[in-house]
Design a protein around this ligand. Sequence first.
Ligand SMILES: C[S@@+](CC[C@H](N)C(=O)[O-])C[C@H]1O[C@@H](n2cnc3c(N)ncnc32)[C@H](O)[C@@H]1O
Length: 292
Amino acid sequence: MNTILKWPGSKVRVMTELSAHLPAGARLVEPFAGSCAVMMNTDYPEYLVADINPDLINMYRQIKEHTRPFIVVAMALFSQNTTEESYYRVRKEFNENASMPLLERAAHFLYLNRHGYRGVCRYNLKGEFNIPFGHYAKPYYPLYEIEMFAEKAQRATFICAGYQETLGMVKAGDVVYCDPPYHGTFTEYHTGGFNEDDQHSLACYLMGISEHNPVILSNSDTLFTRSIYRAFDITKIIVARSVGVAAGKGKCASEIIAKRGPANERLGGISYSAESKTRAERYIEKYNLKHG
Ligand SMILES: C[S@@+](CC[C@H](N)C(=O)[O-])C[C@H]1O[C@@H](n2cnc3c(N)ncnc32)[C@H](O)[C@@H]1O
């Protein structure tokens, strides 16, 4: 199903491929939640949904806790501000009114997302949302998506956090899915970027977590990502582009889905002595042995 927000890098279009790699578990932990496409298209008993963007998390919390008031306030904003001039007025209010109540701020965020250029979310160094008007003939009001989200959100906890903090909350039985800003592409979801050091440090964290929990990760298919995830099982997929210089009709990019889980799972149920486990793992990785 579609999401409330338009979001660069949304996983809606690759859910069929991605779902095949997501194992069952007690809770799905998503440190880079973005538009919550993965939460909305899976069925885990619980979710820990996190993102570094406070506006995004505030909107999710407001919808979960105050669904009806949110729908009404956001609908009013959409119907009363239909011109380019009014877009910039709403954006100014969002950036300058520090005492705006959280519910209204959440509605403003949705309005800006659905009226701004291609759903891009970018802030300048002062933390101001600076996306230009999107020139949509008829901006879409995602009423159905908000209602569906509010229902599902009752099983979710939303936190505004960097991925390190979220990964520190992973417990036994959790499945971890990570969709960080892609290597070598558009990374401006928030004031801070996501460079190769960040990519590398995330890969190190995930390597540690995968000793105890299944970890699944999406990223662009580059020599760099294949190198930092070389200990993971890698599947390549082809995806249509939606934002960036390569965006446009018929433009595609290749991505990877990297997956690694606890040794017992990787070893496919065969037992090895403690001494030979690591050796066995090396054979499995080197010869890409699969277990059915
Ligand atoms: C590729 S998008 C996720 C898209 C999402 N899977 C979807 O389907 O919409 C990456 C997300 O990571 C968030 N992000 C960027 N840096 C982060 C960090 N250091 N810690 C946590 N989240 C971060 C961004 O705000 C953005 O929402």
